[in-house]
Design a protein around this ligand. Structure first.
Ligand SMILES: *Cc1c(COP(=O)(O)O)cnc(C)c1O
Length: 398
């Protein structure tokens, strides 16, 4: 048999996305990693195993995905979890103690806010939410002491950016661990480690698996001791990913670069078309000329990503009519899938915020979030335009 290509860190992204797991089944030479659906592993003798003992601790299919993700991020192999929230929970319980603080971006995934506010407070963990796009405000929040600085850029749903290089430097100076939730751009379009992250996390549910078919998460670091701690806590909590989800995610990774390029190109085209529509008050998209942080977006991201946030001029009534008039776009939670999805953050993903908070963070009642799928962009635009016409017709007759 010819020797199997195992990519080195110098191989290009697409090559690592396909070969980063390395040889997956030496016994059979299977080109695609097999699904090892086994709870336990026969041991050769006491203290002698073949690398796996019990699938809550590790599993060969999950390990293949972990090598592939580590290869893409240029870090140690990932630790994959049963969901993105399981990754965040594992990370917090592995690194935080009673009395410690988390400084967290003020516009992050709603589940992260709920975990900090409604679960971890009972364990004596304090969370401070701050506008991490505002350097001085971030500096003041870190002065109070922080174990973790938790960042998401672009932020969900307004796509506000944080200067990750500056924020991670501030975290380092304050002795805090800098964690970046890189779900929106993935390593294909944002190199969070190069920008200074200590830990990168993903909801693999989104672009990494990319087909609306799994829940999963991943934690990555270059620090071997921290990885060991995360591994111990994942085993203790039972938050590891299931083999079939890992197998589907390995399959998804192979086309990540192609898919993300298409998601981003279509998103930019739709953002431009919607920006001049009379029923639209504002379009948030990092690659638009009108985006207030365009220069930062171009510096730290390889694209504007596949998400567009659209503020409808007619507020809640317009948003309601718009999402109900869409035909190709589904009203649903989730993003990063082939199927285009529309979400109403104020009542869906960000309902955990109070209405005053939402107003301050520009998560208005007229805001809809578009996860631009892989359908033909002209068809996607035609559907958005007919739904906007339905909004305008209703407003005229009201
Ligand atoms: C979806 C999401 C999560 C949570 O992931 P699940 O897989 O749904 O648990 C965390 N962060 C971001 C940015 C997300 O979009």
């Amino acid at each position: 048999m010819s020797p199997r290509l195992v990519p080195c860190s110098k191989s290009a992204f697409a090559t690592r996305a396909i070969h980063g797991a390395g040889e997956t089944d030496p016994a059979t030479g299977a080109l695609v990693a097999p699904i090892v659906q086994s709870t336990t592993y026969r041991q050769l003798g006491i203290g002698r195993d073949l690398g796996h003992t019990y699938s809550r601790a590790s599993n060969p299919t999950v390990a293949a995905l972990e090598r592939a993700l580590g290869s893409l991020e240029g870090s140690l192999p990932a630790l994959c979890t049963s969901s993105g929230m399981a990754a965040i929970t594992t990370l917090f319980l592995a690194t935080l103690q009673h009395g410690q603080r988390v400084v967290c971006g003020d516009v992050v995934y709603g589940g992260t806010v709920r975990l900090l506010r409604q679960v971890l407070t009972a364990f004596g963990v304090e969370a401070v939410f701050v506008d991490t796009s505002d350097g001085p405000a971030l500096g003041r929040a870190l002065v109070g002491g922080a174990r973790i600085l938790f960042l998401e850029s672009p932020a969900n749903p307004t796509l506000k950016l944080t200067d990750l290089a500056a924020a991670s430097a501030a975290a380092r100076a304050a002795g805090a661990l800098c964690v970046v939730d890189n779900t929106f751009l993935t390593p294909a379009h944002q190199d969070a480690f190069a920008l200074g992250a200590d830990v990168v996390l993903h909801s693999t549910t989104k672009y990494l698996e990319g087909h609306n078919a799994t829940l999963g998460g991943a934690l990555l670091t270059k620090d071997a001791r921290l990885r060991e701690r995360l591994d111990l806590v994942r085993k203790s909590l039972g938050t590891i990913q299931a083999p079939f989800e890992a197998w589907l995610t390995l399959r998804g990774l192979k086309t990540l670069e192609l898919r993300l390029a298409r998601h981003a190109a279509s998103a930019l085209a739709l953002a431009r078309a919607l920006a001049s529509h009379p029923a639209v008050a504002r379009v948030h998209y990092p690659w638009l000329d009108s985006f207030p942080q365009l220069e930062l977006a171009r510096r730290q991201q390889k694209s504007g990503g596949g998400i567009v946030a659209v503020e409808l001029a007619g507020g809640l009534a317009a948003a309601k009519r718009f999402v109900e008039a869409l035909e190709l776009w589904s009203l649903a939670e989730n993003l990063g899938a082939p199927e285009s999805i529309v979400t109403h953050p104020a009542t869906m993903t960000h309902a955990a915020y109070t209405s005053e908070e939402r107003a301050r963070l520009a998560i208005t009642d007229g805001l809809v979030r578009l996860s631009v799928g892989l359908e033909d962009p002209a068809d996607l635009l035609a559907d958005l335009e007919q739904a906007l016409r339905a909004v305008e017709t209703a407003e005229v007759s009201a």
